[in-house]
Design a protein around this ligand. Structure first.
Ligand code: SME
Length: 158
């Protein structure tokens, strides 16, 4: 299945086009992993990120879920790294330079900046979306707003 082409060049234009497409492929009749897999693929293809994927909360830790990109660590403890911190603090983490983030977990030395957005279901965090870039300062308030909106709207499918 081919993804529709994404028109526009600005980050905002890309998100505006992409978000309805992601929502359109979310499927109530499959489990959340299938939907996470398609969402990760669409974000990754559209923006050419270094690594795009989910960690799911399972038995009190974050466990690697569907992703696009190179090999990643499989388990992250509560409060550890950028992902565990987003889970603990219950908020999106935007990290312009991962080397300046205390406790950052370097799954790949090529990763330079990162955003982690929690998935809330009934007020509880059930997963986090983690996106890594090979360049510094890739993520800003625009990414935060659109990704939070996307995960808010699609949470029932994840
Ligand atoms: N850097 C993340 C770990 C996951 S990988 O980037 C895929 C962190 O510090 O939580």
């Amino acid at each position: 299945m081919e993804q529709l082409s994404i028109s526009g060049n600005s980050k905002q234009e890309k998100y505006e086009t992409l978000l309805p497409q992601v929502q359109a492929v979310m499927d109530h009749n499959v489990d959340g992993i299938a939907n996470m897999a398609n969402m990760a693929a669409m974000l990754h293809e559209t923006f050419g990120f270094w690594w795009t994927g989910f960690y799911r909360v399972i038995n009190g830790e974050l466990v690697l879920g569907p992703f696009q990109g190179p090999l990643a660590c499989t388990r992250i403890a509560f409060g550890r790294g950028v992902c565990g911190t987003a889970w603990k603090e219950q908020k999106t983490m935007v990290v312009p330079d991962v080397e300046l983030f205390p406790g950052h977990i370097a799954c790949s030395s090529a990763s330079r900046s990162e955003i982690v957005v929690p998935v809330f279901k009934d007020g509880e965090i059930t997963a986090v979306l983690d996106i890594d870039s090979a360049e510094l300062n890739t993520f800003n308030e625009t990414d935060k707003e659109y990704l939070e909106q996307l995960l808010h709207q699609t949470a029932p499918y994840l």
